[in-house]
Write a protein that binds this ligand. Structure first.
Ligand code: AKG
Length: 280
């Protein structure tokens, strides 16, 4: 079984779970070769920074890819893979819709991505989004594995603040109270991390000199959702047929940390900025 009862319980409690060895080594090798070859061909629709092999910034040499399933058959087949569908359907109790693919290359020396919540960007309603994050390389703290704040999936979407762009390639982050545990998710290539749309997560820079930290990522939304941010439309049913949901409104309330009886608590008093970055 792809998702065990213990993993399902962890997803409910902590907001994430890892399905170990969901993809075989030969499949992983094929994905790595495919995306490295694609990246070598130049820029593609959705690249947030152009490909620049001469740049000193590793992320300009290997920018992430977005929405590849709209023009790449292998990415589409992966997004709709029956194993991912089985895990997601078990975790969500209903088949999801598929909304996005992304490929992070994260070469040696690359910056990470500051802590954030995917729901800030996808704005799924009702319900939430869920990510399937497939490790294409073994990953740990040295090469910038994903880091999560267990239990933060119960938090509302938080208001963002400026991120440290010397460590993060994105410029906004969410604040967390001092002492809040942030847990590295150590994975082997072929493992898939599933995480809830409100889970606070991100990654630190790749500090190695010789190890990529590639990840193939799918974003899904709960199958009873009626709205999603327009950037993700049209979404797909897991049989590949398109379904166009209403566009969710920009802006809205977001959470700010306050102190209640000496303890951190979240008050919904802020205003989420409209517009800005379109993708998590
Ligand atoms: O892989 C990373 O470093 C960040 C990925 C991420 O934040 C996401 O998939 O939402």
């Amino acid at each position: 079984m792809a998702i065990t009862a213990a993993e399902q319980a962890q997803f409910a409690r902590d907001g994430y779970a890892v399905a170990r060895s969901l993809f075989a080594p030969a499949e992983i090798a094929a994905y790595r070769a495919h995306y490295m070859a694609l990246r070598g061909q130049g820029a593609f629709p959705g690249d947030l920074v152009g490909v620049d092999p001469a740049s000193n910034d590793p992320l300009k040499q290997y920018p992430r890819m977005i929405h590849m399933h709209r023009w790449d058959e292998l990415s589409l087949r992966w997004l709709l893979d029956a194993r991912l569908n089985a895990c997601l359907t078990r975790l969500l109790s209903k088949e999801p819709y598929a909304a996005q693919t992304m490929l992070y290359f994260k070469p040696p020396g690359a910056r990470g991505q500051a802590l954030h919540q995917d729901q800030y960007y996808l704005r799924v309603s009702p319900g939430t989004c869920v990510a399937a994050w497939l490790a294409l390389d073994d990953c740990d703290e040295a090469n910038g594995c994903l880091q999560v704040v267990p239990g933060s999936h119960t938090w509302p979407v938080l208001c963002t603040e400026a991120a440290d762009t010397t460590r993060s390639f994105t410029d906004v982050t969410v604040p967390i109270p001092p002492g809040t545990p942030v847990r590295p998710v150590i994975m082997r290539a072929g493992d898939v991390l599933f995480f809830h749309g409100s889970l606070v997560h991100g990654s630190e820079p790749n500090l190695t000199t010789d190890r990529f930290r590639r990840a193939l990522i799918g974003h899904y939304i709960q199958g009873d959702a009626q709205q999603v941010a327009r950037f993700y439309s049209p979404t797909l049913r897991m049989d590949g047929t398109p379904i166009t949901l209403a566009g969710s409104p920009d802006g809205g309330a977001c959470g700010v940390w306050v102190e209640v009886d000496g303890q951190p608590a979240i008050a919904l008093s802020g205003t989420r900025a409209a517009g800005g970055r379109v993708s998590e």
